[in-house]
Design a protein around this ligand. Structure first.
Ligand code: CTP
Ligand code: MG
Length: 228
């Protein structure tokens, strides 16, 4: 069975403030979306891609997919929604139903290596669970109240920072999306709310999300070979 990868790129990028929807902003001369799509060309096995973008950028996104090296027949481009969750739902409706596994990836994690995608797919197939690439939390985390008072410390060994691509068996994810009530911060949380198990695999520092201008500068440093 092929893997389907939904790349969500329909956000506006308010915090980055680049003047264009974030996924279309450039990192060292190449749009985030093109970089994210190029990683997919490095995956093992048969892969189909659904790119979710703002309506005025459907054609631009199709051009980026070709430039990234994806085959025209393996890519669908669809219009996103008002929230990330609505954009994923739009992507799911365009997924090849022959896929056994679907990955959902943020275009804003533009430098994520292909190996992370492969690791997530392998774990979904091995476990049947939802799978999140995650990294240990490095900072000491405090629980605080609204007034800023420290209430206590959170046991860091029980924490993991979640990244994308997150992977799922296709039909259970479609069922979870059709049953969902309210907004979830990521797909794994929505999947878990439907009563399904979720596991982690090792994430990658390069899968960080580009959110602010400082993140963009970090990404440009990585591409230039200075960072990480
Ligand atoms: N996303 C989407 N549709 C939305 C909102 C977000 O497809 N309605 C995508 C973004 O394009 C991004 C990913 O979800 O690849 C993660 O979202 P985020 O980093 O919050 O991006 P933006 O929503 O674009 O940024 P901001 O919140 O600063 O406006
Ligand atoms: Mg957002």
């Amino acid at each position: 069975h092929p893997v389907s990868v939904i790349v969500v790129a329909a956000g506006s990028g308010t915090r980055l403030g680049a003047g264009v929807p974030k996924a279309f902003a450039e990192v060292a001369g190449e749009p985030m979306l093109t970089r994210a799509l190029r990683a997919i060309t490095g995956m093992r096995g048969e892969v189909r891609t659904v790119v979710v973008v703002p309506t005025q950028l459907l054609q631009t996104a199709a051009d980026f997919a070709l430039r990234a090296g994806l085959d025209r027949d393996s890519v669908a481009v669809v219009e996103g929604g008002a929230t990330r969750q609505a954009s994923v739902a739009a992507g799911l409706s365009a997924v090849d139903p022959a896929s056994d596994v679907v990955l959902v990836h943020d275009a804003a994690r533009a430098l994520t290596p292909a190996a992370v995608f492969d690791r997530v797919v392998a774990e979904v197939r091995a476990s049947g669970a939802g799978v999140v690439p995650a990294l240990p939390v490095i900072d000491t985390i405090k629980r605080v109240d609204a007034g800023g008072r420290v209430l206590g410390q959170v046991d860091r060994s029980q924490l993991a920072a979640a990244q994308t691509p997150q992977g799922f068996p296709l039909m259970p994810l479609i069922d979870a999306y059709s049953a969902v009530d309210g907004e979830h911060t990521d797909d794994a949380s929505l999947f878990a709310a439907a009563g399904r198990p979720v596991r982690t695999v090792q994430g990658d520092a390069l899968a960080f999300k580009i959110t602010t201008p400082a993140d963009l500068a970090r990404a440009e440093g990585v591409v230039a070979g200075n960072g990480e």
